[in-house]
Write a protein that binds this ligand. Sequence first.
Ligand SMILES: [Zn+2]
Length: 281
Amino acid sequence: MRNLNGLLFGVLAMLLLSACAGLGQESLLIPEETEIELGAEYHLQILEEMPELVGDPAIKAYVNGMGQYIASITDRANLTWHFTVLDAEEINAFAVPGGYLYVTVGLLRAASSGAEIAGVIAHEIGHVTARHGVQSMETYVFAEGISDLLGDEDLGPLVAGAIQAGAGLTFSQDQELEADSLGVGYAIDAGYNPWGIVHFFETLQELEGTPRGGEDDVLSFLDDLGELFSTHPPTDERIANVKVLIAKEGVAESDGSLAWETDTDLVTIQLLLPEPVARIE
Ligand SMILES: [Zn+2]
């Protein structure tokens, strides 16, 4: 994690200087160029901890094709987007700043339609377009940084905290709601039935039984990268909120003009996934 740490020290110094100058949190802003650099460093770190799937190229092409198309219709189409399938059985998806987005094999296996995958990807794209990762980082540094700096503290924990904030481990409920709202809009604009998001959240609830996790959980960057399931399980309230968002768009579950599948049915991709029983986690 040396490179990410090094880069973050620079970012923190910049943010702390603006904070100390009394500019206030609204003035703290990580430039896009730095955001992309951060994303590239996160990406290397993530692949060290959780390798990319080495499997049939059609799996990668399916996720990348879907992701690139949805990203291309957002207001951050200018970013170079990276969609990576991680070789992990846990059901998860997450994004880090700069346009780096991840879904696991477990997620591809658990979904029942392409619209579910598209909905999840659209939600994660929403976190990036709304700059939630860097916003959380800025908020964290503003809240924690001044006292650490003035108190002659070891800045290591501050860097670790900022890394977690940037990776979405401390997203607020407002940020989740915004990503859900953006995700519903993006899914519809890309031609997918947004009810896929509801279906997937319901599947997660069924698989999980009762929702777990919470705001106060102590999370390690290495142990728990994902935000979709682990830190913010889909509660009944969140599912109800998504239904309200979809209703506002006037889309019925049975809407025939929106797709449940891409040109390649999800089931075709699922048949190409590695056999779970033969794998050691
Ligand atoms: Zn989220």
